[in-house]
Each structure stands twice: as structure tokens, then as C-alpha cells.
Design a protein around this ligand. Structure first.
Ligand SMILES: *[C@@H]1O[C@H](CO)[C@@H](O)[C@H](O)[C@H]1NC(C)=O
Length: 509
């Protein structure tokens, strides 16, 4: 009896302390009205993305930004009805960035109507919550174009142009695709040496034919094109996509060929587009992939002050400098933790540079302050994920680039080091003795990712590229002989659930 009462008292005192003592110890109080909630996920009826997302930024009663996590105090509920009036199935996640900001994302699996988005902080509505969504929220796999590419770009709030696209298309003004295709087949298809596909979009339908031995990667191009066709009416276009790692176009060989590639380089003239990696992560977010540009900003993160002040690297042996990095790490154990996880290109040197280490979760990389980005066969496609994480990136100088690299500045978004790694140790030491500067560079990199590499941006870039390209095609776009029709899939079980209000289903059927 007595011990039970004592226990009860202890529990009460404990609860009192947690709620009052700790609460009072905090130097800030979250102001739910001043706290900012923004992002495309608050207007899900306007533009469809595979996963909808928005951001929460904490402010205190004086209007100052709070830069600390407040734990799991936020709750977000997306409540809507299906076409049949049942509860609409939505998967919601609130991701803590541990810096006083949160990412909210949700995926819908049905068309949701009369939807309210509730954003709650300890049960109190935040900012303008609840957000009432008037129009239907279509799931990603509904076919429901909003109009032509320009109207979609306006709805999404896309930039009007990209300097990289202007640069890549500068040599192509009046393209006769008949000639392009003939020349490309001659140049790249000798004995199936290169793998590439010729795509045609005609009347918002997709067709392709592929050449070469390794054409499996065309699935990535199919996926993004199908996703775009469901959202907007694309102009009739025709293009060639290079499915290989290396850019293909030699600028000295005439006629210059317009080839779309996932990676560009200083001595080639390919037209770059977002990599299959970043595009697929966008399409399959909260689905097949776990590493994406939103999850990398949160997953089990630790604050800067608790990260180890060491450089970290894991990867496969796809370039000589990666082996050199292992040597350097062995000579500088106090600065660097680097290992190879896979031997393929330099199998005969496994003894020297091994043993290979087990793969570790990418999210664990961010236990370390300094992330090393070193080219693989071409640009390392992990770079955007490293930038989006909470560490700072040290990037190898490189002739290779992805579509967004020209926006980035050394010592603003990342710390550069020489291609031969000769100043890498010096740069790590610089970061260690300039901790605050390094932290800010890391933060800028992450900010850049949030503002430029989200789902919206991946779609905007593709849209701008296809639109600009369509203006330059002079030949009539026709479905070529032998092309395969790639249907724009809509989940058949759910057929009828979409009921796209912009289409007359009778006409379509
Ligand atoms: C290197 O990193 C791995 C993964 O975090 C860790 O298990 C290992 O102990 C580290 N090695 C050293 C020498 O610190």
C-alpha cells in the first residue's frame, strides 16, 4: 500500500518535471500563428506529384526563427473522402530536420475529395491550418492532364528558363530529325556498341525504339515520360536518349548530334537531363525507394555538434582516384574513414586496397561532418543526396556534371578539392579549423537542395527541356515504323476512381 503510494508520487513528480521544469528550461516558445507552413503539398489539387510535400519552419512569439528540434510535437492529418464517400487512404510522414524545420510528405492512393489538411502542434492548429482543398486530389497514376505544357508550368510555378538548357541547345536551331536519326544509327550503332533509344511523343502518346545491347534502363525514361503525359499534354516531340554512363557527343564531329544524356562533360556536347537516379527517387518516393532527397534530410539525423569531425567515404572501385583515397585514408586515420565496398574494375588490386567493407546505410554517413564526393565512372550520382544531408560535402574537381551543377559555387555550397586529391587533406584540415564556416557551407548545400532539387524541380526541368526542344524540331513528328507503343498506365483495379473532371470518359473509351 505504502510503496504503491510512493510509486504514484514518484510518477507524478516525474511527470511534473518533464512538463514544467524541462519546459521552463527552454528559452523559446513556439508561436503557432507565426510558424510558417509552405510548399506545393498545400495545393495538391493544382499540380500532381507522386508524393506531395511541404515545409514547417518554427518561429517563437517574438518572430525569431527557432533553430532546434521540438521533437514529435507536430501531427499532420490529411482527411478526405473517396469518390464513393469512404475515408480516403493517405500515407503521411513528418520528418524532423533537427534544425527547427520539418518536412511533411504524403502519398495518396485514391482520388481524395473534400480534403482538409490539419497541421497541429501539440493539438493546436498551426499557421492557416486546416487547409481546405476544394478540388479533387488525384493520385499519381490518374490520367488527367491540366492542359498544355505551358499551362502546367504556370500552375507549378516553374522557372521560365534554365541556363543549362540554353547552353545545351545553343547549337540546335532547325533540327531535321530524319538526318539526326540516320547519323546517330551510323555513328553509335555499329555492332551495337552504344545503347540508346529513339522516343516519340505524338498526340500525348508514347512510342520508342531502342538500339544496342543494354537497353533495360529505358524503363526510367518510360516512367518519367508516362508520369508527365498523365499531368500535361506534351507537344509532339522526338528525341534520342543515351542509356549509357558516358556522354557520347564529340563536338568536333559534324554534323553535331543532339543526344539527351544523364551526365555531361566539358569535352562533350550532350544535352543533359536529370539523372535516372534522381528522377526515379522522385517517382518512387515513399514506395520502392527509401533514399530520396526528402528522406536524406531527416532520417535519424544528429546535430552538427555531435557529428565526428572526420571525413567519410564508402563506394565501389569505379575510378583510380577512389583507390588513391584509400591510401590517403590509411595515412591519415585521424582525419578520414574511407573504404571500398565492392571490387569490379580493379579486381586484381583487391588485396592491396581491400578488404572490402560491408555496405552501411547511407543515412549513417551523416554521423560524420565531412562527406567526400569523388567521381565514379562519370559524375557520382550520390552528390545531390550528400548535399541534401546535414554534413558538408568536399567535392573532387571534375569535368563531369549533372544538370544542376552550374548553379553551385565552391565554398558556398561545397568545399572543392583537386582531381588528383593532392590538397584533400589540407581541405579537411581547413574544415576542421573553420568549423562554423564549414557548417554554413553544409547548410547552404542543403538549402539549395530544398529549393532546387525537389519533385517540382525535376518535373519543371524536364518540362522546360521538352518545350524548348519542341521549338527546334523542324521535321514533322511521326510514329516511325517498328516503334513500340508504351501505354500510359493507369491502375486498372482503380479504373473509374480517377474520374478526371477534365476528360470526358465516353470520348476516351
Ligand atoms: C569507420 O566507420 C565505420 C562506420 O561508421 C565504423 O564502424 C568504424 O569503426 C570506423 N573506423 C574507425 C577507424 O573509426
Amino acid at each position: 500500500m505504502f510503496t504503491n503510494m510512493l510509486k504514484a508520487w514518484l510518477v507524478l513528480i516525474y511527470i511534473f518535471c518533464v512538463y514544467c521544469c524541462v519546459g521552463r528550461g527552454k528559452k523559446f516558445k513556439v508561436d503557432v500563428k507565426r510558424t510558417k507552413v509552405y510548399g506545393p503539398g498545400l495545393q495538391p489539387d493544382k499540380v500532381v506529384y507522386p508524393v506531395r510535400y511541404f515545409f514547417i519552419e518554427l518561429y517563437d512569439t517574438k518572430g525569431n526563427r527557432i533553430q532546434k528540434s521540438v521533437g514529435n510535437s507536430f501531427k499532420v492529418q490529411v482527411e478526405g473522402e473517396t469518390t464513393q464517400g469512404a475515408y480516403c487512404r493517405v500515407w503521411t510522414q513528418v520528418l524532423d530536420r533537427y534544425d527547427g524545420s520539418y518536412i511533411v510528405r504524403y502519398r495518396t492512393y485514391q482520388t481524395c475529395r473534400n480534403t482538409n489538411i490539419h497541421v497541429l502542434y501539440n493539438h493546436q492548429p498551426v499557421a492557416e491550418s486546416p487547409y481546405k482543398i476544394s478540388g479533387p486530389i488525384y493520385a499519381e497514376d490518374c490520367y488527367c492532364p491540366v492542359g498544355d505544357i505551358t499551362s502546367w508550368q504556370e500552375l507549378a510555378g516553374c522557372p521560365a528558363s534554365y541556363s543549362q538548357i540554353d547552353h545545351d541547345l545553343r547549337n540546335f536551331h532547325e533540327v531535321d530529325f530524319e538526318l539526326v536519326l540516320k547519323e546517330a544509327t551510323k555513328r553509335f550503332n555499329q555492332a551495337g556498341s552504344r545503347s540508346f533509344c529513339n522516343y516519340v511523343v505524338k498526340d500525348n502518346k508514347l512510342y520508342r525504339s531502342c538500339f544496342g545491347q543494354h537497353v533495360g534502363f529505358n524503363i526510367f525514361m518510360d516512367n518519367i515520360l508516362q508520369s508527365m503525359l498523365r499531368k500535361m499534354v506534351l507537344p509532339d516531340i522526338e528525341f534520342i536518349i543515351n542509356l549509357g554512363d558516358w556522354p557520347l557527343v564529340d563536338p568536333k564531329v559534324k554534323p553535331l548530334l543532339p543526344i539527351f544524356s544523364w551526365c555531361g562533360s566539358e569535352d562533350t556536347a550532350d544535352i543533359v537531363m536529370p539523372t535516372y537516379d534522381i528522377t526515379e527517387a522522385t517517382l518512387e518516393m515513399m514506395g520502392r525507394v527509401t533514399l530520396d532527397l526528402l528522406s536524406v534530410q531527416s532520417n535519424n539525423d544528429i546535430p552538427w555538434s555531435r557529428k565526428k569531425a572526420n571525413a567519410f567515404w564508402r563506394g565501389r572501385d569505379s575510378r583510380r582516384e577512389r583507390l588513391d583515397l584509400i591510401t590517403l585514408a590509411r595515412e591519415n586515420k585521424h582525419l578520414m574513414n574511407a573504404s571500398l565496398t565492392h571490387f569490379f574494375f580493379f579486381k586484381d588490386e583487391e588485396e592491396k586496397y581491400g578488404p572490402k567493407e560491408k555496405h552501411i546505410s547511407f543515412f549513417k554517413f551523416f554521423d560524420y561532418k565531412y562527406q567526400i564526393n569523388i567521381d565514379g565512372t562519370v559524375a557520382a550520382y550520390r552528390f545531390p543526396y550528400l548535399l541534401g544531408g546535414s554534413s558538408v560535402v568536399l567535392k573532387q574537381d571534375s569535368p563531369y556534371y549533372e544538370f544542376f551543377y552550374p548553379d553551385l559555387e565552391p565554398y558556398v555550397h561545397y568545399i572543392p578539392f583537386k582531381r588528383d586529391l593532392s590538397d584533400l587533406i589540407e581541405k579537411i584540415e581547413w574544415a576542421r579549423s573553420n568549423d562554423e564556416k564549414a557548417r554554413v557551407i553544409g547548410q547552404n548545400g542543403r538549402q539549395y537542395v530544398q529549393e532546387n532539387l525537389m519533385a517540382k524541380d525535376i518535373y519543371c526541368y524536364h518540362a522546360a527541356l521538352f518545350k524548348e526542344w519542341s521549338k527546334r524540331l523542324r521535321s514533322e513528328v511521326v510514329v516511325r515504323k517498328g516503334m513500340e507503343f508504351i501505354p500510359t498506365r493507369e491502375n486498372e483495379k482503380r479504373f473509374g476512381d480517377c474520374k478526371c473532371h477534365r476528360l470526358n470518359r465516353h470520348d476516351e473509351l
